[in-house]
Design a protein around this ligand. Structure first.
Ligand code: G3H
Length: 528
């Protein structure tokens, strides 16, 4: 797809949802889905968002039906899914991922239209998700192999496994509507939990090609997929108190509001990936070429709409002028274009109100003494704002504190390393940092401190979540729980075991249980 003439505007008419293994037609209001890519004209003849489909706008009754289906499928731990043999659950997951792989083209295209992700990143998101599912299957086999044994301590024999937690409400973010949502849903399911899943506010249509795959692969009620507004759907579900885990990647305001609705606070487990304000710290001996390259991708990949994006740059005063000159040049060279156009790095922003928000941040900073340092910085169109580099930024400006989640980059110069360290210590967030420099005498103690302020110190490298086998978490308001292929399996399960006094009577019963295959929990089957 390269020219306007060749463009196929999607028209996804979805009137269905998945509950209890049934794909049901919704006879009720639907919600139009718009792309913030401007190709069509409105009544006044102005270009505006493009209509690309619609989805059901489901209501509270349906959401409670979905909850009931998930609760029944778990069935107080007696359900088919939570008691199933591990290898059978794995086989369901394999069926799912095989069908999912056939939907690549459709989903990648919808990623571009719905959230404006460029072709390369959209394809990467899809492929990374498929790989994540296969890696999860392998990690689960490994985990299960470790549990295929009995322990004896004192005179107590124990068979210890990880068991599911129950019913999960799963909500993902718009910037990775497939990958991040599935990085919650997939481990939750494979560990034997049942789930209700509502796609993010943007990036909704791309889930519709997968309804059949979920229906086909999993027993009824294990995965229930709803479309509609969070307030109408998620809130009534939380109020019942029947949710065991809130798995959410998004904004802490939603996470807090949903937790507050749950009547049994200690029952509710949380797996949350929230805001961050990852700093880049540029020391005076940093390799400038490498630093600029990493800071460009760190601040502006997907227009800065990544929780791991570099959102403030602290640059040593001796090199700040050189840094700004070179960084501005590099940023002004970035190509803006439609997601499918060759070489588009910057793309339209999917949130309608984002350009205005970015503009307000720029105005606030400039009214307090900062300047836009790059020539193209702040150039606005209705659905975009060209990345603006702001300098000098200080604590009085909103941009210093707020997670901008978009194309605007604050630069703060420092003389004393305590300045960025103090800012990080007093920040509400603590996900990652990028540290640029080479003198080990300075780097060594700094790394020791930074590792205690955040959860990943990226040395001469931009911040990122991947590879997905590495732990992804954060301190303070940035996260609850840890997600990696391996950690997610732990996060969505709990250690549970069968213990018995070590005597002839019990040992015979255990042996009979092992021989009989009556229990899927007590077995020492070894998965290859
Ligand atoms: O939005 C936050 C994502 O987890 C970032 O992932 O670092 O791979 O872009 P990424």
């Amino acid at each position: 797809m390269n020219s306007l003439n060749e463009l196929q505007i999607p028209n996804v008419q979805c009137s269905q949802y998945l509950i209890d293994g049934e794909i049901t037609n919704w006879i009720g209001p639907s919600a139009e889905v718009f792309s913030n890519i401007y190709l069509s004209k409105n009544k006044e003849g102005k270009l505006g968002p493009t209509l690309i489909g619609n989805v059901p706008d489901l209501d509270e009754d349906v959401s409670i039906k979905a909850l009931d289906a998930a609760v029944n499928a778990f069935s107080r731990g007696q359900g088919k899914w939570p008691t199933m043999k591990v290898k059978e659950r794995i086989s369901c997951m394999e069926t799912f991922v095989k069908i999912m792989a056939t939907k690549r083209e459709e989903i990648v295209e919808l990623l571009m239209w719905e959230i404006g992700k460029n072709t390369t990143d959209a394809a990467k998101e899809f492929d990374r998700t498929v790989e994540y599912i296969y890696d999860t299957i392998e990690a689960y086999k490994k985990l299960d192999r470790k549990s295929a044994k009995f322990d004896t301590e004192g005179n107590i024999r124990a068979h210890i496994r990880r068991g599911p937690l129950g019913v999960i409400l799963c909500l993902g973010p718009y910037n990775y509507p497939l990958n991040e949502t599935f990085s919650l849903l997939i481990p939750a399911l494979i560990m034997g939990n049942t789930a209700i899943f509502k796609p993010a506010k943007l990036g909704v249509l791309l889930i519709t090609p997968l309804l059949e795959a979920f229906k086909e692969a999993f027993p009824p009620g294990v995965v229930n997929i709803l479309f509609g507004r969070g307030r109408k759907i998620a809130s009534p579900i939380m109020k019942t108190g029947k949710i065991d885990v809130l798995a959410l990647i998004g904004h802490s305001s939603s996470a807090v509001a949903l937790q507050d609705l749950h009547p049994n606070k200690n029952r509710l487990r949380l797996i949350l990936g929230l805001e961050a304000k990852n700093p880049g710290i540029v020391l005076k001996d940093a390799d400038m070429g490498l630093t600029i390259k990493e800071c460009v991708s760190g601040t502006l990949s997907y227009n800065g709409q990544r929780c791991t994006a570099l959102k403030v740059l602290f640059v040593h005063e001796d090199v700040v002028d050189d840094f700004i000159t070179k960084f501005s040049k590099a940023v002004d060279k970035l190509k803006f274009g439609l997601p499918w156009e060759d070489g588009s790095f910057l793309t339209p922003l999917p949130e309608v109100q984002k350009p205005e928000y970015i503009k307000a941040l720029i105005q606030d900073a400039t009214s307090k003494g900062a300047k836009v340092m790059n020539k193209k910085g702040g150039e606005m169109s209705a659905n975009y704002c060209y990345p603006a580099i702001l300098y000098p930024v200080n604590e009085d400006m909103d941009l210093f504190h707020e997670e901008q989640f978009g194309p605007v980059i604050p630069i703060v110069s420092f003389k004393d390393i305590d300045q960025p360290l103090n800012a990080m210590a007093s920040s509400d967030y603590g996900q990652q940092v990028s540290l640029f420099g080479q003198d080990v005498k300075q780097l060594g103690p700094l790394i020791d401190t930074l590792a205690n302020l955040v959860c990943r110190v990226n040395l001469n490298s931009s911040c990122q979540r991947g590879p997905d086998v590495y732990p992804f978490t954060g301190r303070k308001n940035s996260a609850v729980g840890t997600l990696s292929v391996f950690d997610a399996l732990r996060s969505f399960s709990i250690r549970t075991f069968v213990a018995s006094k070590d005597n002839e009577y019990n040992n015979k019963i255990l042996q009979d249980l092992l021989n009989s295959n009556h229990s899927n929990f007590i077995n020492t089957e070894y998965l290859l």
